[in-house]
Design a protein around this ligand. Structure first.
Ligand SMILES: CC(C)(COP(=O)(O)OP(=O)(O)OC[C@H]1O[C@@H](n2cnc3c(N)ncnc32)[C@H](O)[C@@H]1OP(=O)(O)O)[C@@H](O)C(=O)NCCC(=O)NCCS
Length: 187
């Protein structure tokens, strides 16, 4: 069981089948807003869909392919963050995330990302963390920029978003850079 306390307000935890109702309600309540950037939203129409998603993430975790965690603010689910595309050979991983609209603007995702980066470099001893965000998704891009990632370029047409392909800004952070930031007191 994975649980990670970030601070007195925030906690990450591996999603469980019993969270399906709460996860579905959060998704459904934020459908129009999430649809702007999340390609899976139309495939989530019932609580059963959320349960199926949670089960797939638990299989992924059990196989050592990365964690998908619920973000709890004061004990209430307010978003999801994951490690995906985990590549043990090259010791790298990518981070993906979303927040309910009312939870935005408080630094919750920046803090959750910081925890997932600490976990990647600390516990998992990985070498590289990637974040990719739609070039026009300024709120998402602000997160790696705030955390000292380097933008490496733009992956053209790299994500299918319903009826179109969007370009993704590609950001990375290396383990040594994270350690240096920590020594500099920069985070
Ligand atoms: C992308 C997304 C997670 C960003 O949410 P967010 O609330 O802007 O990000 P954070 O939780 O890190 O909060 C940052 C904001 O809180 C403010 N803030 C307050 N306290 C803060 C703190 N301690 N640390 C950092 N930021 C803080 C920041 O100034 C910033 O506000 P601003 O945008 O007005 O400058 C959210 O918009 C979202 O889920 N969008 C839909 C799904 C999506 O696009 N996912 C990403 C796909 S790549």
């Amino acid at each position: 069981m994975f649980k990670y306390r970030i601070d007195s307000q925030l906690e990450l935890k591996l999603l469980e089948p019993g969270d399906a109702g709460e996860l579905f309600r959060l998704t459904d309540d934020n459908r129009a807003y999430l649809r702007e950037w999340m390609p899976w939203i139309d495939m989530t129409q019932t609580e059963e869909d959320s349960r199926g998603f949670i089960e797939s993430t638990r299989h992924k975790w059990a196989k050592g392919e990365g964690i998908t965690a619920g973000i709890l603010a004061e004990g209430k689910l307010c978003g999801v963050i994951d490690h995906h595309s985990l590549n043990w050979m090259n010791r790298k991983v990518a981070i993906g995330y979303w927040l309910a609209a009312p939870a935005q603007g408080r630094g919750i995702m920046t803090r959750a990302c910081r925890a997932m980066i600490d976990y990647a470099f600390g516990e998992l001893k990985l070498h590289r963390v990637e974040i990719m965000a739609g070039t026009a998704n300024m709120k998402s891009r602000a997160i790696p920029e705030r955390l000292g990632f380097t933008q490496e370029g733009v992956a053209r047409g790299a994500q299918k978003l319903y009826d179109r392909y969007i370009d993704l800004a590609v950001y990375s952070l290396l383990a040594d850079e994270w350690r240096l930031q920590s020594l500099d007191g920069g985070r």
